[in-house]
Design a protein around this ligand. Structure first.
Ligand SMILES: NC(=O)C1=CN([C@@H]2O[C@H](COP(=O)(O)OP(=O)(O)OC[C@H]3O[C@@H](n4cnc5c(N)ncnc54)[C@H](O)[C@@H]3O)[C@@H](O)[C@H]2O)C=CC1
Ligand SMILES: O=C(O)CCC(=O)C(=O)O
Length: 432
C-alpha cells in the first residue's frame, strides 16, 4: 500500500499541531492539579508522574526485500499496586517514549476509576503497519513479545489492542508467548480472537462504553440522542462501531474522518455505505470524497463531537472554534489541558477519555476473568456487566465533580489517584 500525497500533507499538518503537545506533560499537569485539589502531598505527584518501569527494546525484522529493519518498541508499566498492569499496544509511526508513558498513566487512572484489579501499562512500536506485509507484521509482533517477555505475563502485565493493532496481532503475540513459556496461557493477552479464548463483545466494547456514557449525559441534559447531530474523528475500531450504533439509534452523524481527511454532510452521512467501504485500518475507500481536512471537520457545527483517533487534536489553537455542546473523548488524550479550560469557559462539557473510553479495558478484564476461570460468557452477559460498570463509574465521577466543584476530568483523576495511592500506601510504597 502506498501513501498518497494527500495523506502526506495531512500527516504533516497533524505533526505540526502535535509538535506543541507532549502527552506526558499533559498527563502530569492534570495529575498535579487533581493531587492539589485532594490536598495530597507533593510526594504523591513525584511518585505517580512517571511509570514505575519503562522498557525500550530493539526488534530486528527480516523484511520482504531481504534487508533487516530494526524497529523501536516500548512498554511502560505505570503502577502495579492494585494488581498486574494492563494496557494496549500501539503500532504507529509517531509513537514516542513520552506518549507511551502518558498512556500508561492514563491506564492507571482508568483502572482506578472503574475499580479493576489492575494498574496501568501501555506499549508501542514505531512502525507504519499500513505499509508492511502480513508476514512482516507477524515477525514484528512476535519479536516484540520476545523482547518484553521478561516483564509481561498473565499475572504481571497483560497487553491488548490499541491503534493499528487488532485480534490477529494479539493471536500472534499469544502464540509467541506460549512458545516461550511452554504452556497455554490465554490470560496473557486480551482482545484476541474468540477461537483462542477471546471474549464476546471485546471488539465493540470501547464504542459501547462511549455510547453508554453519552446516553447518561443525554439523560442528564434531557436531550434525546435521536435529536443529536454528531461528528466523529477516526473511523477505526472505536469510531466506526460508534457511528454504527448512533446511526441505528437515529442520531444524525454529519461528519466522520480517517487519516486521509474528513467527510461531511449536514443532512447526515450514509453510515452503512461508509462501514462497507472501510478497510482494516479504518480507512474509507478512496472513491469517497473527503471534502475537508481533519482539523476543519473538528470546527464544523454539531451537538456532539467525538474525537476517536489520535491525541492532541483539540488545542488552544482551535478550542475557540469548536462549535458543539459536548465533547466525548473516545481517543486517548485528544484535548490538551489549555484547550479543556477554553472549552469549559465556553460552557462546552468535556467527558474525559479515562472515563469515556474505559469500556475497552473493562471488557478486557472480563476476558481475563473468563480465561482464568475457563468458563465463557454470552455477549448479553458481557454487555450487561459493561453497562453496569461504566454507569457506576460515571455516577462516581459525576458525584465527585459536584462535591469538589471541579470539571469531570479532574474528578476522574481524583477517583483514579485515590485508588492507586490507597494501595500504594497500604503496601508501604508511599507514606504521609
Ligand atoms: N481499541 C480500543 O479498544 C481502544 C482504543 N482507544 C483509543 O481510541 C483511539 C482509536 O483507536 P482505534 O479505533 O482502536 O484505532 P484504529 O487503528 O482502529 O483506528 C484509528 C482511526 O484513526 C484514523 N487516524 C489515524 N491517524 C489519524 C490522524 N492523524 N488524524 C485523523 N485520523 C487519524 C485512522 O484512519 C482510523 O480511522 C486511539 O486513541 C486509542 O488509543 C481507547 C480505548 C480502547
Ligand atoms: O483493553 C485493554 O486492556 C486496554 C485498552 C487500552 O489500551 C486503552 O484503554 O487505552
Amino acid at each position: 500500500m502506498t501513501v498518497s500525497t494527500a495523506e502526506t500533507k495531512q500527516n504533516h499538518s497533524v505533526k505540526e499541531q502535535l509538535s506543541n503537545t507532549n502527552p506526558l506533560i499533559e498527563f502530569q499537569a492534570v495529575l498535579k492539579e487533581a493531587i492539589e485539589v485532594l490536598r495530597y502531598p507533593n510526594d504523591v505527584f513525584e511518585f505517580l508522574k512517571e511509570p514505575m518501569r519503562f522498557l525500550e527494546v530493539s526488534i530486528p525484522v527480516r523484511m520482504d526485500n531481504n534487508t533487516t529493519k530494526v524497529f523501536r518498541g516500548y512498554r511502560a508499566q505505570h503502577n502495579d499496586a492494585n494488581g498486574p498492569t494492563k494496557g494496549g499496544i500501539r503500532f504507529h509511526p509517531d509513537v514516542t517514549p513520552e506518549e507511551v508513558k502518558a498512556l500508561s498513566g492514563w491506564m492507571s487512572m482508568k483502572c482506578g476509576i472503574t475499580g479493576l484489579p489492575y494498574g496501568g501499562a501501555k506499549g508501542g512500536i514505531v512502525c507504519d503497519p499500513r505499509n508492511m506485509s502480513l508476514r512482516e507484521l507477524e515477525l514484528l509482533s512476535r519479536g516484540y513479545v520476545r523482547a518484553v517477555s521478561q516483564i509481561v505475563g498473565p499475572t504481571k502485565d497483560i497487553p491488548a489492542p490499541d491503534m493499528y493493532t487488532n485480534s490477529q496481532i494479539m493471536a500472534w503475540m499469544l502464540d509467541e508467548y506460549d512458545h516461550i513459556r511452554e504452556f497455554d496461557s490465554p490470560g496473557f493477552i486480551t482482545g484476541k480472537p474468540l477461537a483462542l479464548g477471546g471474549s464476546e463483545g471485546r471488539e465493540t466494547a470501547t464504542s459501547k462504553g462511549v455510547l453508554y456514557t453519552l446516553e447518561r449525559i443525554c439523560e442528564l441534559k434531557k436531550i434525546p440522542i435521536k435529536e443529536m447531530t454528531v461528528i466523529i474523528q477516526g473511523f477505526g475500531n472505536v469510531g466506526s462501531f460508534l457511528a454504527k450504533y448512533l446511526y441505528e439509534l437515529g442520531a444524525k452523524v454529519v461528519g466522520i474522518s480517517d487519516v486521509l481527511g474528513g467527510i461531511y454532510d449536514p443532512n447526515g452521512l450514509d453510515i452503512p455505505l461508509l462501514l462497507n467501504s472501510r478497510d482494516s485500518f479504518g480507512i474509507v475507500s478512496n472513491d469517497i470524497e473527503r471534502s475537508l481536512s481533519n482539523q476543519d471537520l473538528l470546527e464544523k457545527e454539531c451537538d456532539i463531537l467525538i474525537p476517536a483517533a489520535i491525541g492532541g487534536q483539540i488545542t488552544k489553537n482551535n478550542a475557540n472554534n469548536i462549535k458543539c455542546q459536548i465533547v466525548i473523548e473516545a481517543a486517548n488524550g485528544p484535548t490538551t489541558k489549555e484547550a479543556a479550560k477554553i472549552l469549559q469557559e465556553r460552557d462546552i462539557l468535556v467527558v474525559p477519555d479515562i472515563l469515556a473510553n474505559s469500556g475497552g479495558v473493562i471488557v478486557s478484564y472480563f476476558e481475563w476473568c473468563q480465561n482464568n476461570q475457563g468458563y465463557y460468557w454470552t455477549e448479553e452477559k458481557v454487555d450487561q456487566h459493561l453497562k453496569e460498570k461504566i454507569s457506576s463509574s460515571f455516577e462516581k465521577v459525576f458525584q465527585t465533580s459536584q462535591c469538589f466543584e471541579v470539571d469531570m476530568r479532574i474528578a476522574a483523576y481524583i477517583e483514579g489517584i485515590r485508588r492507586v495511592t490507597e494501595a500504594s500506601r497500604l503496601r508501604g510504597w508511599i507514606t504521609w
